[in-house]
Each structure stands twice: as C-alpha cells, then as structure tokens.
Ligand binder design. Sequence first.
Ligand code: SF4
Length: 310
Amino acid sequence: MKNVFYPFYYDEFKCIGGVCKHNCCIGWEIDIDPDTYKKYQKISGALSERLKANISTEDTPHFVLQQEERCPFLNEDNLCDIILEKGENFLCQICSDHPRFRNFFAHCTEVGLGLCCEEAARLILSQKEPFFMPEKPIDLLTAEEISFFRFRNNIFKKISDRTVPFSERIASLCQGYGISFPKKSHREWADVFLTFEHMDDDWISLLKSLKQAEGVASPGREWDMVLEQLFSYFIYRHLSGGLEDGRYGERILFATLGTLMISFLASVKKHITGVLTIESFIELARLYSSEIEYSEDNTEALLELMEDTF
Ligand code: SF4
C-alpha cells in the first residue's frame, strides 16, 4: 500500500494460530466494525445463524465470549471458524489487524507488530540487526515530521552502538537529552505497578516476586542485543505520540522503564529457576506488553509519573 512503512522484520510475521499459547481470541472483548457487521448481516446459511446467535448488539456490536472467555468462533483446534469457512477477508477489522498497530502522520502511516502477541514478540526480540525503518520520501513529510524522524533515527543509532554495554547506552542517551530516570529501587517499581489495573494473575505474582527479591541485577551482557531490540520497539511504537502531546522525554523514559522492568523480571526468573531462556524472556515481554502497553490507563499513568520527573 502507498505511503505505508514497516520495520525491517515485518514481512516475516505469521500468526501461529492453533499452537499459540496466548491466543488473542481468548480473553479479549472483540468489537465488530460497522462495515463488517453489515457484511455479516448479508450472508445466509449456517454461518449466518451462528453469527446472529453469537453477536451482542448492546453498545458496539461484539462477539459474546464463551467459557474461559473464548471467542465463539475459536474451535477446539484453536483455529478460527470464520477464516476456515470464508477466508481472512471476512474477519472484522480488529481481528484482521491484530497484532498490528499503526502510527499516523500527515501523509503516511507506520505499521508495527505489537509485543503482546507471542509470535510478534519472538520475531522482534530475536532480530540480530539493529532496528531499521526504510527512509520516507521527504515530500511526504511536514517540517515537524522531518525533525521528528531525525531525532528518532538518532535514538536508534545511539541505542545500537554495540561497542558499549546496553546500560551505558541508555544512560548516555538520557543524559544527552537532559532527562533523568526516576530513582527507584526494583521494590519501589514493583509497588508502583502493583497499584495498576491488571488482567492476568501471573503478572501480580511476578511483581510480588520482584518485590521480595534481593539484589536484582541486569540479566547479563549476553542479553544486550535483546534489550536493544526491546527498547527500539518501545521507541518505535510510542515516541511518535510526542508529535501530538509533546511528551518526548516522558516517552523515552517510558521505553526505558519498560526495558528495565522486563530485565528486572528476567533477572528474578533467572534467580528462581537458575536459567534464563529466550522463550522465558519473550513471555515476560509479552506479559508486560499486554498488562501495560495494551492498557491505555496504565500507559497514561506511567507517562504522567514520568511527567513529574521533569
Ligand atoms: S497472539 Fe499472535 S500468534 Fe497468537 S493467535 Fe493472536 S496473532 Fe496469532
């Protein structure tokens, strides 16, 4: 599609559907957009009857979740019956978009993959190359956007300087932009996160383990490349919001905190189990994303907390 830009790994993404451990068709309320709703009303036959029986029109039309909060069209093999019967084009907007997110600019759009999907998280965190976006033609950008992309590219460049440890890259980045990260111990951060709304009890157990843990350190330099990808993801996803609200410093700190919290949790995991695998790191990142990034309230609460540091 014209004027739409993707990160370098985007085309490699493929939903793993039936074998996904945290299937996005479980536990999330799925609203149906008006165009799809109209399309669903026009068909006939058994699928039409099933759609009628499983869509609630209270407020925005949405699928009525079944036992264990499963989408009514998710079958026993964890595959989608709508796709099986009618193909992907018959999905509603939310289902065909997920786990993609979009950042809109004046004349172009950036698309990304959200970390709350385990397969997207696996793809994002296993990249070996520094984060990269194709350059946008200058005639697509406003003057403000040109400055923004220069600023963001500079962040990607600094954070991928692998000649120095990742922790030093972050520290010098924040220092370079004159922003200071709030001074809190891992226990104090656990307390902050424990006040937020949550969805998964595993998240609360992890925060409680963090609160009780002694001497939490970074998971080790061998994890620098993963932390770099994680931080770059947060910057890619969240920094452009600064074009609307001017909170650039807060968004850099939000990205720093996300990276720090996930590495704290990884360190606790390593301490408890004696080993830290990439799969368990991916799971921690996915959980953090679905609890924090995918909650507007939690994201906003952290941005406000960062605002107070200025
Ligand atoms: S969470 Fe990701 S991999 Fe899992 S079913 Fe959803 S889109 Fe597919």
